[in-house]
Design a protein around this ligand. Structure first.
Ligand SMILES: NC(=O)c1ccc[n+]([C@@H]2O[C@H](COP(=O)([O-])OP(=O)(O)OC[C@H]3O[C@@H](n4cnc5c(N)ncnc54)[C@H](O)[C@@H]3O)[C@@H](O)[C@H]2O)c1
Ligand SMILES: O=C(O)C(=O)C[C@@H](O)[C@H](O)[C@H](O)COP(=O)(O)O
Ligand SMILES: [Zn+2]
Length: 367
């Protein structure tokens, strides 16, 4: 088991990464001196519940914790205000009080939703992340919690840090293949924004990562969480540096929203977005090899890099302009400078965006 620290002063917290940690949930609650007098609400989804909920409940109950659970429908549409209200109703009806904990047991959808519940219930109760997807090595760290609006992703939310992240890598063995690929998209992103060596390592180990080789996967997740923890510690509320974590998200979020939240998984959408960002950088003078290497890496994980032809260009642009990355009348893009290094720019024009959309729709996928 490895412990990483997210260094945020009095809001610092550990990320515990290792095998079979869900079975030890009760011991970790005790280590963090969480009260046994108030009920614990576990929020999970319809896929995760039959696989992993019982382990957590048995462990917490054996340690003397009283647990209740709320199971949401699996998938992105559950990150909605309607489902948020349903979870709130469970919290109130189950008698959660100010010392209660809300546990997110699942992927980024459950993490973002349960985190927003924890941030809002009685103006804030303890929040524990128990991620069960690869993608959630990103979403469980850093405290961005939110639900979506029909018009734009993550529009209603807060910054609310968890008490701890209990990352049981054994739980990842039950992930469907498409979710494995989508999760690795954010791992590659952590390499592309911060660390050329780690990016190359990801490329070289794609096969082992895709087949969920436990040691390789754990190493990749530790590196990915490490990058995320460093960036968040330096700029918790995205006043500057943290925006680099948005590589691929300017167009990626627009693809998710235009696709109606469900057609493209988050990791798939940001893969296309990362290809688009690299192509914009090349149009602005970078070597074509930067785009080619980015696409090669992503395709090595079976991820999409072409813009889906049926997505309407105007709708994509409109979704992009409703996103948080549209500020002071400018679109903020994260562009690669080289593999392992990015810059944040706010002078990309709509013409440049339209050009890459057209090119990535297959009219000209190469530079
Ligand atoms: N807060 C952040 O910083 C942050 C960062 C990245 C992504 N996100 C958000 O995270 C979400 C995507 O997260 P995700 O990809 O984890 O999606 P998800 O939570 O929908 O999980 C993906 C799928 O895998 C299933 N699943 C989860 N764990 C499983 C397991 N162990 N075995 C079998 N199936 C399992 C889920 O039921 C779901 O169908 C998006 O909403 C995205 O916006 C947030
Ligand atoms: O933690 C961050 O900061 C990120 O940008 C991580 C992203 O991978 C994640 O998808 C995040 O939810 C996007 O944030 P948003 O502020 O653009 O909604
Ligand atoms: Zn993301």
């Amino acid at each position: 088991m490895r412990t990483l620290e997210v260094d945020l002063g009095d809001r610092s917290y550990p990320i515990y990464i290792g095998g079979d940690l869900l079975e030890q949930a009760g011991a970790y609650f005790e280590r963090h001196e969480l009260t046994k007098k108030s009920p614990v609400l576990i929020v999970t989804d319809t896929n995760v519940a039959p696989l992993h909920l019982r382990k957590v409940e048995v462990s917490l109950q054996s340690s003397g914790y009283r647990t209740v659970h709320h199971i949401v429908e699996a998938g992105e549409p559950s990150k909605s205000l309607a489902v948020f209200e349903e979870v709130m109703t469970t919290a109130i009806e189950s008698g959660l009080d100010r010392k209660s904990s809300v546990v997110a047991l699942g992927g980024g959808v459950v993490g973002d939703l349960a985190g927003f519940v924890a941030a809002s219930y009685m103006r804030g109760v303890n929040f524990i992340q128990m991620p069960t997807t690869i993608l959630a090595h990103d979403s469980s760290v850093g405290g961005k919690v939110a639900v979506n609006h029909r018009l734009a992703k993550n529009m209603i939310g807060a910054f609310y840090q968890p008490e701890m992240v209990l990352y049981d890598v054994s739980s990842l063995q039950t992930l469907p293949n498409r979710e494995v690929r989508a999760g690795l998209s954010e791992m590659v992103k952590h390499g592309l924004i911060w660390d050329q060596q780690f990016t190359d390592w990801c490329g070289d180990n794609a096969g082992k990562l895709l087949s969920l080789d436990p040691e390789t996967l754990e190493y990749g997740l530790i590196q990915g969480c490490g990058v995320k923890a460093k960036v968040v510690a330096a700029d918790e509320r995205e006043q500057g540096l943290r925006a680099i974590l948005n590589l691929g998200h300017t167009l990626g979020h627009a693809i998710e929203a235009t696709g109606g939240y469900g057609e493209y998984l988050h990791g798939e959408a940001i893969s296309i977005g990362m290809a688009a960002a690299a192509l914009i950088a090349v149009h602005r003078g970078k070597e074509a090899a930067l785009y080619e290497r980015t696409v090669e890496l992503l395709q090595g994980f079976g991820l999409p890099t072409a813009m889906p032809v049926h997505l309407d260009e105007d709708q994509l642009i409109s979704a992009m302009m409703h996103d948080k990355k549209f500020t002071e009348n400018k679109i903020v893009f994260v562009l690669p400078v080289q593999i392992g290094k990015v810059e944040i720019v706010s002078d990309v024009t709509l013409d440049e965006v339209r050009r890459v959309i057209a090119e990535l729709k297959g009219e000209r996928q190469n530079v």
